[in-house]
Design a protein around this ligand. Structure first.
Ligand code: LIP
Length: 273
């Protein structure tokens, strides 16, 4: 089955802009908030509406395309990554920020064909930041090319990390131990509250590493392509190959700094997507 990726790209950009205007309109308004896996794993009606808009829009043009969406999964849909054209969607990444009105929140969407990422788009409509990448064609912020930094050593790297949306004591302990290890060895640690936007900071060279355990495919699929197209690397945090379904990600400006970090991290293995 032939997929016209140029056409998909134009179509998804149109839909993402449309969805972005919902986030922009609602971010500073009152929202009813529900919880999912725990008290800090939030969802609003707007997460669900944005995901619906994207899925309905794509389906009406490409009825045989498949989806892995954060909110459809939360409502019981099975996660299945096959060789079919599959859109992996986080309608609002950084939902906690969206709820509070902190402007680091975005739509993250990737198109995979034969399990290879062809398109990655991360759009923060509040700050008007549109990060885009197509396989083999580079990465861009609002149409201008972006590139990772030249950092090759941990001691002068700025690291993006997150506590995540689980308060499982075992995972918390691992994160806190890693924060201590990295605080002692790196330049600094930062957290934007959105996995996708953290990855974009590495892609544009403002930060040098992003690490997280417990994220899902929809948090990292688009960011992985954007980072690689910006000249960086994505690997498993223990040093092996990156696996979008593993719920583990380590992305960096260079393989040297990624591997240096993989050697010193305490590891955590969540259940796979
Ligand atoms: C969240 C992230 C957050 C990360 C969590 C979670 P949500 O996504 O972006 O930065 O730490 O693991 O995935 O729930 O806001 O879409």
């Amino acid at each position: 089955m032939f997929t016209n990726i140029d056409e998909c790209y134009i179509e998804i950009l149109r839909l993402v802009k449309q969805a972005g205007s919902i986030i922009n309109e609602k971010i500073h308004q009152h929202k009813d908030v529900l919880t999912k896996s725990c008290d800090v794993d939030l969802v609003t009606e707007w997460d669900q509406k944005v995901e619906k808009l994207l899925i309905n829009g794509i389906s009406s043009k490409y009825p045989d395309h498949k989806f892995i969406g954060e909110e459809s999964t939360a409502m019981g849909e099975k996660i299945e990554l096959t060789n079919a054209p599959t859109w992996i969607i986080d309608p609002i990444d950084g939902t906690m920020n969206f709820v509070h009105g902190l402007p680091h929140t975005c739509i993250s969407i990737a198109l995979l064909i034969n399990k290879t990422t062809e398109i990655g788009i991360i759009y923060n409509p509040v700050l008007e930041q549109l990060f885009t990448a197509r396989k083999g064609q580079g990465a861009f912020l609002n149409g201008a090319p972006i590139h990772v930094s030249d950092k090759k050593e941990l001691r002068n790297s700025l690291i993006m990390l997150e506590m995540g949306t689980s308060r499982d004591p075992e995972k918390l302990e691992v994160i806190l131990q890693n924060i201590r290890i990295l605080t002692e060895r790196a330049h600094g640690l930062r957290a934007l509250g959105s996995a996708a936007l953290n990855m974009c900071m590495v892609a544009l060279g403002g930060a040098d590493v992003y690490i997280e355990f417990g994220i899902h495919a929809w948090d990292i699929a688009a960011g992985d392509l954007i980072i690689r197209e910006a000249g960086g690397v994505s690997i498993d945090p223990a040093g092996g190959p990156f696996d979008v379904m593993s719920r583990r990600a380590l992305c960096a400006s260079s393989i040297e700094v990624a591997q240096e970090m993989a050697k010193i991290l305490i590891q955590y293995y969540p259940e796979r997507d």
